[in-house]
Design a protein around this ligand. Structure first.
Ligand code: SDX
Length: 436
């Protein structure tokens, strides 16, 4: 624990039977204190038990702070609302990686470095050919992210700070190119190379939607919306995919392989796959008059149906990103002249109904970032299967910043949780001839 911030405040005592054990309690700069139970097993012979890690701090971090009750999200102390309003995505990437907002010179240098790493090795094209055209783009992304480690041996020595930063820049720079290639491959259109005179979001939109047959003009309103969506999704403390990246990285695996692991975890519908699932849910509901039927199902403990895009492990208030996402959604629909999107009507009414409903109030279930993102991305021209890919493009910087923080932590060791074993105790082998 860093003496400056994680100061030992006092000790906590655990009493088991007639024995007491004292453990240090540390105080962060903000947020809940922690009790250091690293010595619990060696002193008591017992493990803690916390499936889903609802009460477990897996690490010390200085990157992102969430106050779930107040609906607050800070990247290196800066409110997400201010970063989304005033900055751009590469500024957020710099902030997450280096810990401070860049000066104009630092920003220009960082933008240059990312821009000039945006191409992928030409042989990656062949890697794509191995996939079926109808492969889910997240399957392609997970494969290609891991495959990057086969091309960049000069930035996989994680003990070298320079190589760690090169790998970080490469990942941030190449992930939109791979994402656009996954999209183009799925629709049978030729890949579009990045252009160095475009900003990050404009480059991405052009790689996705330009065709060789005609000039493509980036819509600045959509580019701004895309950039803001990237900022909103950039990092989020120790969520499932980030924890996956940290655990993979704790074994010393190279950063490209770790990001591939995070990408695989993000795909799940309970996590980053919720934006795709939320839009599919809105489509299934179809019209406002069917909302009560689905809300009833979401409340039924015997029905596995959940309102996708609602609820959160940490936010027990409105996800601050969802508010900005909703505003961006309206901006995009207005820019595209989409007056009455039935899915938006269903989403707005569903939000109203759910926020008034006792079940959602009692369980503190609010719209999360995935609730409005799908409508926005669909309006921008992305197919539903690309929604989680866009989440992965943005979250790559969060994954890599958290990975770097862990690797650079002198106390870092391999993550190796234990278990509560409730299986068979020791028993002898029975030859098959004697089995009943
Ligand atoms: C992301 O961790 C992060 O930070 C993630 C993320 C990020 O930026 O990295 O914010 C991105 O993953 C956002 C979440 C996207 N997922 C969804 O929208 C899927 C729908 N939401 C749920 O699956 C759920 O809310 C989770 C997974 C998000 C959170 O689940 P928890 O914290 O494990 O809570 P829970 O499942 O124990 O739910 C608590 C109660 C349960 O009822 P009881 O068992 O207490 O009776 O609330 C109910 C749940 O049944 N509940 C819901 C619900 N979410 C929770 N009921 C109906 N609809 C829902 N969406």
């Amino acid at each position: 624990m860093d003496a400056k911030t994680g100061t030992q405040k006092q000790t906590g005592t655990i009493t088991i039977g007639n024995k007491n054990w004292d453990f240090p309690i540390y105080k962060g700069t903000v947020g809940p204190d922690v009790i250091d139970i690293a010595k619990l097993y060696s002193e008591t012979g017992m493990f803690t038990y916390d499936p889903g890690f609802t009460s477990t701090a897996s690490c010390e971090s200085k990157i992102t702070y969430i106050d779930g009750d107040a609906g607050i999200l800070l990247y290196r102390g800066y409110p997400i609302e201010q970063l989304a309003e005033h900055g751009d995505f590469l500024e957020t990437c710099y902030l997450l990686l280096y810990g401070e907002l860049p000066t104009a010179a630092q920003k220009a240098d960082f933008d240059y470095r990312v821009t000039h790493h945006s191409m992928v090795h030409e042989q990656m094209m062949r890697f794509f050919q191995g996939f079926r055209r109808d492969a889910h783009p997240m399957a392609v992304m997970t494969g290609c992210m891991g495959a990057l480690s086969a091309f960049y041996h000069d930035s996989t020595d994680i003990t070298d700070p320079h190589q760690r930063m090169v790998a970080s820049i490469r990942m941030i720079a190449k992930v939109p190119t791979l994402a656009a290639m996954a999209y183009k491959y799925s629709i049978g259109q030729p890949f579009v190379y990045p252009k160095n005179d475009l900003d990050y979001a404009s480059n991405f939109l052009r790689m996705c939607f330009a065709v060789p047959a005609e000039e493509y003009k980036v819509n600045p309103v959509l580019a701004r919306a895309m950039d803001r969506i990237f900022i909103l999704h950039a990092d989020h403390e120790q969520n499932a995919s980030t924890s996956t990246v940290r655990l993979a990285g704790s074994s010393g695996a190279n950063p490209f392989a770790c990001i591939a692991a995070g990408c695989a975890c993000l795909w799940g519908p309970a996590h980053g796959g919720a934006n795709e699932a939320a839009l599919n849910m809105l489509r299934e509901i179809g019209t406002v008059d069917r909302i009560p039927e689905f809300v009833k199902r979401a409340k039924d403990p015997n029905d596995s149906f959940r309102l996708m895009g609602f609820g959160h492990r940490v936010y027990k208030n409105y996800d601050p990103r969802a508010k900005i996402m909703q505003k961006t959604c309206h901006e995009v629909l207005a820019e595209l002249g989409i007056k009455d999107d039935p899915l938006l009507d269903v989403a707005m009414e569903l939000e109203k109904v759910a926020l008034r409903d006792e079940y959602f109030i009692e369980k503190k279930l609010y719209p999360n970032i995935d609730f409005y993102s799908g409508i926005t991305l669909k309006a921008m021209g992305f197919p539903t299967t690309m929604f989680t890919v866009l989440f992965a493009v943005a979250r790559t910087v969060g994954w890599i910043a958290q990975w770097k923080e862990m690797i650079e932590d002198p106390k870092q060791k391999i993550g190796r949780p234990r278990q509560l074993y409730t299986g068979a105790t020791r028993r002898d082998y029975v030859p098959i001839s004697r089995r009943k």
